[in-house]
Ligand binder design. Structure first.
Ligand code: CAA
Length: 258
């Protein structure tokens, strides 16, 4: 697999890939190199039919402490506009393989935004989340004002974006930002187990379920319901629908990946 400077890519289990952010001295700050390497790696794994789920994680201390402030601080408006700073992250949102974020420690600014680009967000009880950009004289720039508001509603999103305060894993779970909170020492095992479960499901159904849930953020309820019904119909063209339903009736486990 390609050598990277800022991430580590592993295949810890059948059909599961793991991407670790690896800039410990900078608390995994997301510089342009991280953006390029992470999106390239995730896109390549997305194209690999032997990968059914991808876990993205950081270290025990930090998921990611945000975009790299040292890299950004002297940029001019012309430069960030011309480079369309952060637009490269959209490639991660286009990944169709389910993404599991395993978050311990700080998930701040771009780190929180990266976690929110994932589909299932598992937090260690040590995790903290926040959008502190306002304290730097800016605002979220990797989707935070939009994804956070959709995830937790206007009241909480305004609180976090306007005060820059951090919330712990339990508050994040209570307000709907986080899928599950687990003890820190089990975080990676739990995230990998979730990834193994998802990766063991019927691939077309997983891709379509992810698309359908994400469609809820993009469209009206009636359009979303129609989209869901049509992709539900479409699953009847798959081998996996025949296998999954036959296995239920025959009282045996479904064999989706034999
Ligand atoms: N960018 C660049 N470097 C960072 C960084 C960041 N976002 N966060 C931490 N670092 C660096 C520090 O500068 C420090 O480096 P040096 O040893 O060279 O000084 C090293 O990581 C360790 O950091 P601290 O000494 O600050 O560690 P701490 O334990 O005292 O504090 C922290 C941890 C609370 C996370 C603190 O580092 C912090 O507040 N970081 C910045 C958080 C932030 O504001 N994030 C938003 C960035 S802007 C953004 O993300 C825009 C967007 O929407 C995409």
């Amino acid at each position: 697999m390609t050598e990277h400077e800022t991430i580590l890519v592993e295949r810890p289990a059948d059909r599961v890939a793991l991407i670790r952010l690896n800039r410990p001295k900078a608390l995994n700050a997301l510089n342009l190199r991280v953006m390029a390497e992470l999106t390239e790696a995730a896109t390549a794994l997305d194209r690999d039919p032997s990968v059914g789920a991808i876990v993205i994680t950081g270290s025990d201390r930090t998921f990611a402490a945000g975009a790299d402030i040292k890299e950004m601080k002297d940029q001019s408006f012309d430069e960030v506009l011309a480079a369309d700073w952060f637009a490269g992250w959209d490639a991660l949102a286009r990944v169709r393989t389910p993404l599991v974020a395993a978050v311990a420690g700080y998930a701040l600014g771009g780190g929180c935004e990266l976690a929110m680009m994932c589909d299932i967000l598992v937090a260690a009880d040590t995790a903290s989340f926040g959008q502190p950009e306002i304290t730097l004289g800016v605002l979220p720039g990797m989707g935070g004002s939009q994804r956070l508001t959709r995830a937790i509603g206007k009241a909480k999103a305004m609180d976090l974006c306007l005060t820059g305060r951090r919330i712990d894993a339990h508050e994040a779970e209570r307000c709907g930002l986080v899928s599950r909170v687990v003890p820190a020492d089990t975080l990676l095992d739990e995230a990998l187990e979730i990834a193994r479960t998802v990766a063991g499901m019927a691939t077309p159904a997983a891709i379509l379920a992810k698309e359908a849930v994400n469609r809820a953020f993009e469209t009206t309820l009636s359009e979303g319901i129609l989209f869901e019904r049509r992709v539900f119909h479409a699953t009847f063209a798959t081998r996996e629908q025949k296998e999954g339903m036959a296995a239920f009736v025959e009282k045996r486990p479904a064999r989706f990946h034999d």
